[in-house]
Design a protein around this ligand. Structure first.
Ligand SMILES: [Zn+2]
Length: 163
């Protein structure tokens, strides 16, 4: 980043401070040529591409609103919701790309939401994955049930091929 005063192409960071929400860093810089100081703000850009093709900046708040709706009436605390939306943001940022499909944001929500509350998960999944019949719910519930089976026991007693 060049100096805004003399256009020198280098600058020295004299102070870095992370914003309260952790989403940006302010850097105080000093120009080695003219000695003047200036500030830069650094954020990791993350754009969500909707199905319509429209884009909008990623919003943790939007994730929170969607998940909160699915959790209505469930014993899920606001703290847990905040942690979940933070995990979702970390997961989508971890992809390292500057753009992400809205679909993939939904995918990133499903995993942590299932750990949090399975009923809320089913609600969210039914909308997000467009469940169309009871069979869709049944299939999803069967998957959840299968994961509740005690682990450590191999399902081989009845021989292979049963299903
Ligand atoms: Zn300068």
């Amino acid at each position: 980043m060049h100096c805004p005063f003399c256009r020198h192409t280098d600058s020295r960071v004299v102070d870095s401070r992370t914003s309260d929400d952790g989403c940006s860093i302010r850097r105080r810089r000093s120009c080695p040529t003219c000695g003047r100081r200036f500030t830069t703000v650094e954020t990791a850009s993350l754009t969500v591409v909707k199905r319509s093709g429209a884009t909008e900046p990623f919003s943790r708040e939007k994730v929170l609103v969607g998940v909160r709706k699915a959790c209505q009436g469930r014993p899920v605390s606001e703290d847990a919701l905040a942690v979940l939306s933070q995990r979702v943001e970390e997961a989508v940022r971890a992809t390292g790309s500057a753009e992400i499909d809205a679909h993939d944001v939904g995918l990133a929500i499903l995993g942590p939401l299932r750990e949090l509350d399975e009923v809320a998960y089913l609600r969210f999944a039914s909308v997000y994955r467009s469940f169309e019949s009871l069979a869709d719910f049944e299939a999803e519930i069967a998957l959840l049930r299968a994961e509740h089976e005690p682990t450590g026991r191999e399902p081989e007693a009845a021989g292979s091929g049963s299903g």
